[in-house]
Ligand binder design. Structure first.
Ligand code: CUA
Length: 346
């Protein structure tokens, strides 16, 4: 049990843990669950202990000298002070230089390894937006959790719909910025110990709900188990199998609408976008919405359609941040969203 798990996990009955494990499992860092975790940890510990050593040495000597060479008497004239000491100056230049070279080389070596995914990777396309994760698996199925299986190298090909985000899986020592306008890549290969669930965070402050932009990583035992999960989790009835507004609600939950639009009360309720209940009221009553450029428009199907496709074209007053990324919903999905909004009329 390490500190990280202590902070996250429910209390564990120590009786359940075999004695050997109980004694050896303490670590300041999360468990190493990938073949590359040591690439991050080893230089980290090296830098850490070098810093500890020099901190103690320098602060210790400083305090010792302060006491030893203090002015003992008011009449004592100030000391001359040393001018220079060539051997000492060479020593404190060359030793840190060598240490810095070692740190640089070690870090670069690891960086290159982490930046070079092996060719047999399973590829997952990751799309981020405020404040949700979307993973698209080979074959096209999408889910908001990252699943894989033991021993498989996985390559994450990531992009952002809006601002900077950062994928962070502490157990895997995976951390990579996700930058709007370009792809970034991270990869990992899980070890046998990784079987089970791990946490995935956004590690780049990206606005109001940054702290809730997290999901889980699930490592299955075999590819077969993974494929089984994938089929089960991503096969669901489509718009043809249900009333349009029910499909609209599915989209609301799945496509990230729920993170910014309230669907319960007319009030914004702390969310970043207009409440859909308020929109529903305007829609059914033929109400107007005012925009930041002092124009206004009738809230109708055309307005909602435009707001989904080109959310930044006209920004509703009171929502100046204009956070919403342009969406790629097809026309049936947009119809379904409109149908769902109509159902929310108070
Ligand atoms: Cu996305 Cu923080």
């Amino acid at each position: 049990m390490n500190l990280f798990n202590l902070l996250q996990a429910p209390p564990v009955d120590l009786q359940d843990i075999p004695p050997g494990v109980r004694e050896t499992s303490f670590s300041w860092l999360p468990p190493q669950m990938t073949t590359t975790a040591h690439i991050v940890d080893s230089p980290f510990w090296f830098v850490f202990w070098v810093c500890v050593f020099f901190f103690v040495l320098i602060v210790g000597l400083m305090m010792y000298f302060v006491i030893k060479y203090r002015r003992r008497d008011e009449s004592e004239p100030p000391g001359e002070g040393a001018t220079h000491n060539t051997p000492l100056e060479v020593a404190w230049t060359v030793i840190p230089l060598l240490l810095a070279v070692v740190m640089f080389y070690w870090g670069l070596d690891g960086y290159v390894a982490l930046a070079t995914p092996p060719s047999n990777c399973y590829e997952v396309n990751v799309t981020t937006q405020k404040w949700s994760w979307n993973f698209r698996y080979e074959g096209g199925a999408e889910h908001d959790e990252l699943h894989t299986w033991v021993g498989q190298p996985v390559k994450l090909i990531m992009r952002s719909q809006d601002v900077l985000h950062c994928v962070d899986i502490p157990d895997f020592r995976v951390k990579m910025d996700i930058v709007p306008g370009r792809y970034t890549v991270a990869w990992f290969e899980t070890t046998q110990d990784a079987l089970g669930e791990h946490r995935l965070y956004c590690a780049e402050y990206c606005g109001q709900d940054h702290s809730s932009m997290k999901t889980k990583v699930v490592v299955h035992q075999t590819r077969e188990e993974f494929e089984e999960w994938l089929v089960e989790a991503t096969t669901y009835p489509g718009p043809a199998d249900m009333p349009l507004h029910v499909w609209g609600k599915q989209l609301y939950l799945r496509k990230g609408c729920a993170s910014c639009h309230n669907n319960e009360t007319e009030d914004q309720d702390g969310k970043q976008g207009p409440s859909w209940v308020e929109t529903a009221k305007l829609l059914t009553e033929g109400g107007m919405r005012e925009f930041t450029d002092d124009t206004s428009a009738k809230v109708d199907e055309n307005y909602i359609n435009e707001s989904i496709m080109l959310p930044k074209k006209r920004i509703a007053k009171g929502y100046e941040k204009g956070n919403m990324p342009g969406n790629t919903l097809n026309s049936i999905d947009r119809d379904a969203i409109i149908a769902y909004i109509k159902m929310l009329r108070p």
